[in-house]
Ligand binder design. Structure first.
Ligand code: CP
Length: 334
């Protein structure tokens, strides 16, 4: 789907009073929406990794529809839905009747008929979540668990929560670097949009020209092809996964070469601010985009990101359901 079409569709996320009813992209949301998600997530998170229970989705049915592999997103959505007292179903889309020729539209209408309230969708096509929210099942809250290269908005929000919880300065004073394969990364796209919406002082992207999207300079970021210069003075370093299919292609010579030029090593972390924070969305390729000593080191927040992801996903499940209910009440009262 063309990105211009997606842009105009971004308002489908909001109900008639401007609250979230789907969560498909950061694009189109205000700072107030993002802060609301972060604040709501905090209500579910205790200290030391504790997750609180809440009955906010009691009697609701959440269906996880993952057409692509996932460890963190699928599992944390399941944990989040259970913590909110919802019924949760993980549907193996590899085994579903879409394999027998049933269209995606028919599959989703059948699942909707089973009284689904929320679909969490991961799909390899950019725009899949928008398409479903706007054209297929507008009465079901659609949450994007990652679609193609387009968006991974709950990842961006858990990254923002991690930064808000651990950075020693407000967003406006931070310099944040996103490192690696920016071009093919839905996480990079959503992170850049969220960081901009929250008013981060400086956003840098660091990577070889072949892994940077055309016209990246127009995104309001500083571009560095030299990793050692790019990390200098940063408060937050976000390493991205190198997608294995790029290695050995025209875009990326070899994983050894990438590590030499762009690997997040202890020496490079030392060039950033003292106690700079290290993040990675996972899954990680140790020794390719990040050194094991950095991934497991004292500045790494990688497992905290996963833990905070539960609170963020609880927030998004609860808020979108609330937005759908408000929309139904408004329609009923007209
Ligand atoms: N970060 C992330 O989306 O991981 P999964 O692919 O395991 O869900």
């Amino acid at each position: 789907m063309h990105h211009a079409a997606l842009h105009s569709a971004s308002q489908i996320q909001l109900n008639a009073i401007g609250d979230l009813r789907h969560f498909v992209s950061i694009e189109g949301l205000s700072r107030t929406h993002l802060i609301q998600i972060l604040d709501k997530a905090e209500t579910f998170l205790g200290q030391d990794g504790q997750i609180l229970n809440s009955p906010q989705l009691e009697g609701r049915t959440v269906m996880n529809l993952f057409f692509e592999p996932s460890t963190r997103t699928r599992t944390t959505f399941e944990v989040a839905a259970k913590r909110l007292s919802a019924n949760v179903l993980n549907i193996d889309m590899q085994q579903s009747s879409t394999k027998k020729g049933e269209t995606l539209r028919d599959t989703l209408w059948n699942l909707e008929a089973m009284a689904a309230d929320i679909f969490v969708i991961r799909h390899s096509s950019s725009g899949a979540a928008h398409f479903i929210a706007s054209q297929v099942c507008p009465q079901v809250a659609i949450i994007n668990g990652g679609d193609g290269r387009y968006a991974h908005p709950t990842q961006a929000m858990l990254d923002m929560l991690t930064i808000r919880r651990h950075a020693k300065k407000p967003f406006a004073e931070l310099t944040v670097a996103i490192i690696g394969d920016i071009k093919h990364s839905r996480v990079a796209r959503s992170d850049i949009q969220a960081l901009q919406t929250l008013g981060v002082g400086e956003i840098r992207v660091i990577g070889p020209r072949t892994l940077l999207p055309k016209g990246i300079e127009d995104f309001g970021v500083r571009v560095f092809e030299d990793m050692d210069k790019g990390v200098e003075g940063c408060d937050i370093l976000i390493a991205l996964r190198i997608q294995n299919e790029r290695i050995g292609s025209a875009l990326l010579a070899s994983s050894e070469e990438f590590y030499k030029l762009y690997g997040l090593t202890e020496a490079r972390v030392a060039k950033a601010q003292p106690n700079a924070l290290v993040m990675h969305p996972g899954p990680m390729n140790r020794g390719v985009e990040i050194a094991s000593t950095v991934a497991d080191g004292p500045q790494s927040l990688i497992l905290k990101q996963v833990n905070y992801g539960i609170g963020v996903r609880m927030a998004v499940l609860a808020l979108t359901m609330q937005g759908q209910m408000a929309e139904r009440d408004l329609r009923a009262s007209i």
